[in-house]
Design a protein around this ligand. Structure first.
Ligand code: LMR
Length: 331
């Protein structure tokens, strides 16, 4: 009887123990979707983020990466975030028009003198406030991330804006960028990133604007004979999630994830600074595309033609914000 009872107790203990094992929570899946290659600043940031989470939140959070637009285009990814189909994305600041018009400030040509000015503006009160402008409709901006300055590639040499007249350029989905190319008499076409290479290769378009790392990693330089080293505009990102997903994370996980993300972004920013030099050099060394350096006089012509675009968008982004961005050029 005693034996029988203790056997029963043992069985109960075993069942309870098994029960508690099966009750161990599954890791939270965090899908991170982006459109660029892995050997880019954003690609490297994502890889770093996953590695950090694997190390520090092992068994609690499992980050799954989807680079190269294999899951969603940037147009679709923000909707996918809100539907809960992905949990982290990092579209360029040019692609948030549906959520806020204020971020268009980052597209204004020749606004920031260098990445130091960009960093100062983004970290300022005005810049941090801009992260909150996407919160309409449930997005949550977690931070900025750099890629760098854009260059203009084309099937013919572009020294002055007159050389671009009549040409077709692919742009991201931004009205400022459309106005910028219209200002030099060119035709802008809003197309997804995944289509750029084929559009260039088949000569459906004459050129595009992008950073050295994007031109290199997606091989645009192999199908464009010339790249003008113009540094005329910025390509940066906002790392975003859905407010609902973020708030739903356990309280002991959320702050750690944010800290690891900040660390991954800092790493990505370092990669961005390096690649803006090394990928440019790799393109020059490849001899597939001729890199054109502008004289001061030529550059000034681009500034004179493109800068009037600021006036067109001043009322939309706000004079105060514009002044704050201009002020960030001073150290
Ligand atoms: C583009 O569409 O050209 C860029 O937004 C791609 C990227 O994410 O860098």
């Amino acid at each position: 009887m005693i034996i029988k009872q203790s056997l029963l107790t043992l069985t109960t203990v075993a069942v309870l123990a098994l029960g508690s094992v099966s009750a161990v929570a599954e890791p939270i899946i965090l899908k991170f979707s982006h459109v660029v290659a892995e050997n880019t600043p954003k690609g490297q940031m994502a890889i770093k983020f996953k590695a950090l989470v694997d190390e520090k939140l092992k068994g609690k959070v499992d980050v799954k990466l989807y680079p190269n637009g294999q899951l969603f285009s940037d147009k679709k990814v923000l909707e996918a975030l809100l539907l809960g189909d992905v949990h982290l994305a990092s579209p360029s600041l040019s692609k948030f028009k549906k959520y806020t018009k204020k971020l268009q400030i980052f597209d204004l040509p020749f606004l920031f003198q260098d990445m130091g000015a960009v960093e100062r503006f983004q970290q300022s009160e005005a810049g941090q406030g801009l992260l909150k402008t996407v919160s309409k409709k449930g997005l949550l901006g977690l931070g900025y991330m750099h890629n760098g300055m854009k260059q203009i590639s084309a099937s013919k040499p572009l020294h002055t804006p007159a050389d671009a007249k009549g040409l077709k350029f692919r742009i991201m989905s931004s009205d400022v960028l459309a106005a910028q190319f219209e200002a030099v008499g060119a035709t802008p076409l809003k197309k997804p990133y995944s289509e750029v290479f084929t559009l260039l290769q088949t000569k459906a378009i004459d050129g595009q604007e992008n950073t050295w790392s994007n031109i290199y990693s997606k091989k645009f330089y192999e199908v464009q004979e010339y790249i003008t080293s113009s540094d005329h505009g910025l390509l940066d990102y906002m790392v975003v999630t859905s407010a609902k997903f973020w708030k739903g994370l356990p309280d002991d996980v959320r702050p750690i994830l944010k800290r690891l993300l900040d660390e991954a972004i800092a790493h990505g920013n370092k990669v961005a600074a390096e690649k803006s030099k090394s990928d440019k050099q790799a393109i020059i060394d490849s001899k597939r595309s001729k890199v054109i350096e502008l004289s001061d006089k030529e550059r000034q012509q681009w500034v004179d033609m493109m800068k009037p675009v600021w006036k067109q968008f001043e009322a939309i982004v706000g004079k105060e914000l514009l002044d704050a961005a201009i002020a960030s050029n001073k150290k």
